[in-house]
Design a binder for this molecule. Structure first.
Ligand SMILES: Cc1ncc(COP(=O)(O)O)c(C=O)c1O
Length: 441
């Protein structure tokens, strides 16, 4: 590690020389060099403080001292693999199981969201003995080859759609096929899944899984309408497939009302597989797949061992356990609900003032502000969104955009984000929107 931070331009030059150019920077014209962070704040080499509105990995706050301590203490003692007995592994699985419906009682620990989703694919295929997968439009499920194949957000720009992949419409009631004026958009969108299944079955295709992020985030911070999970699950299960809920961005209390986002549409819905990542280790690379006994048994029945060198090691499990402790001790789930509701209220007031804001949607600290050029047509205000995040960065606020039109401002801050932070960012947003609308830019 260099003793002194390099000058930002030198770091940039070295990065350009040494790191693959497909690894992108935020604000490529003027990237930020962050050298330390605490809670919801990050600091550059000059000591400037940035408010982090998107760092969903630093779930309980950047560099939380208890997480750092847990990692250090376990590192001093032992770090090895799951071929030895260790209490951290079973303690952690036990603690996670308490957050989930009873049926989801078997755990596999891996190292990244992509690894978790890749394993979920294998589990689903082994259990069902089928191959085909349904995914939502504009979804992203990871960077492995297997997951690029089921991520329309990526494969549309590459070799295209494999014959075993089927894309269902995004259950987006603002800009999608069925909108807020539809009497039952949940059923209507789930019927689209059924239509896809029926058409594919006519060609003798067989379904292994319906894969969806419980709240589609890359696709534009979408909140699925009531009944959607239940009905889509019924259709995929009738076709012999399973329901995989990708909670990699949205799990662990972020949505406030419940611990897992798949619980938002009612307790009567339980996925067959849940994948977890990002916030689970507060920045440490750990992730997890939870599933049913039946699916796990079908996976074991092949007789092929599942071994993962780093997955489930004592250090990762110590960190995971500490993250769960902090969420509980600091009451971060209820905090996410309260601060998230307050932020939504402030943003909705802005919606009344600024015609550029077409929609404000969210739950807890998962919020999207959909910017439009025209309230009627709901056409994405892409350039304006880019301008806003660039201007906010000049005001030391880090925000970014999502959605196929890159026009949805996304809020997914560390859960310690405060009401004061919410006021600050909305105040700045108000000023920038006013500048934009007056044409002073
Ligand atoms: C919804 C979702 N699933 C999976 C992944 C892949 O996770 P990772 O980057 O940890 O491999 C991501 C990453 O952005 C994601 O947003």
């Amino acid at each position: 590690m260099s003793a002194e931070p390099r000058d930002r331009q030198k770091t940039l030059a070295l990065r350009t020389q040494l790191i693959g150019s497909s690894c992108k920077l935020f604000f490529p014209e003027d990237p930020v060099k962050i050298i330390r962070a605490k809670g919801q704040y990050m600091y550059d080499e000059h000591g400037n403080e940035y408010l982090d509105c998107i760092g969903n990995v630093a779930h309980v706050g950047h560099c939380h001292p208890e997480v750092v301590r847990a990692a250090h203490q376990q590192n001093l003692m032992l770090n090895t693999n799951t071929r030895y007995l260790h209490d951290n592994l079973v303690d952690y699985a036990q603690r996670l199981s308490k957050t989930l419906p009873e049926k989801l009682c078997i755990f596999y620990f891996v190292n990244s969201g992509s690894e978790a989703n890749d394993l979920a694919l294998r589990l689903a295929r082994q259990y069902t003995k089928h191959e085909d997968i349904i995914v939502l439009d504009d979804a992203y499920h990871g960077h492995l080859t297997s997951l690029i194949d089921i991520s329309p957000y990526k494969f549309r720009n590459l070799e295209g759609q494999k014959e075993w992949v089927h894309v269902a419409p995004l259950p987006d009631t603002y800009r999608g096929l069925y909108r807020e004026d539809h009497k039952d958009p949940g059923t209507a969108y789930a019927n689209e899944v059924k239509k896809i299944i029926d058409q594919a079955q006519q060609k003798s295709r067989k379904f292994a899984a319906f894969f969806m992020e419980s709240l589609p985030s890359v696709a534009g911070q979408i909140i699925p309408p009531p009944g959607y999970f239940q009905k889509a699950a019924e259709h995929i299960r009738n076709a012999g497939g399973v329901f995989v809920a990708d909670e990699i961005q949205v799990g662990f209390g972020r949505v406030g009302k419940c611990f897992w986002a798949f619980q938002l549409l009612g307790d009567d819905f339980v996925p067959d597989i849940v994948t977890m990542g990002k916030p689970i280790g507060n920045g440490h690379p750990v992730s997890c797949v939870a599933t049913t006994k039946e699916i796990a048994e079908a996976f074991s029945a092949t007789g092929v061992e599942y071994f993962n060198t780093f997955g489930g090691n004592p250090v990762s499990c110590a960190i995971g356990l500490t993250v769960l402790d902090i969420i509980e001790k600091e009451q971060l789930q209820i905090h996410a609900f309260q601060v998230g509701s307050f932020l939504m209220e402030l943003l909705n007031q802005q919606k009344m003032r600024h015609p550029l804001i077409g929609d404000v949607r969210g739950v807890g600290l998962f919020i999207g502000v959909d910017l439009v050029q025209d309230q009627e047509k709901r056409s994405p205000a892409t350039k304006e969104a880019e301008f806003i995040i660039t201007r906010l960065k000049q005001e030391f606020i880090i925000l970014s955009t999502d959605g196929p039109g890159r026009n949805v401002l996304k809020f997914k801050p560390p859960l310690c984000f405060s009401a004061k932070d919410a006021e600050l960012v909305v105040d700045k947003l108000d000023k920038i929107l006013t500048e934009l609308e007056k044409g002073n830019v």
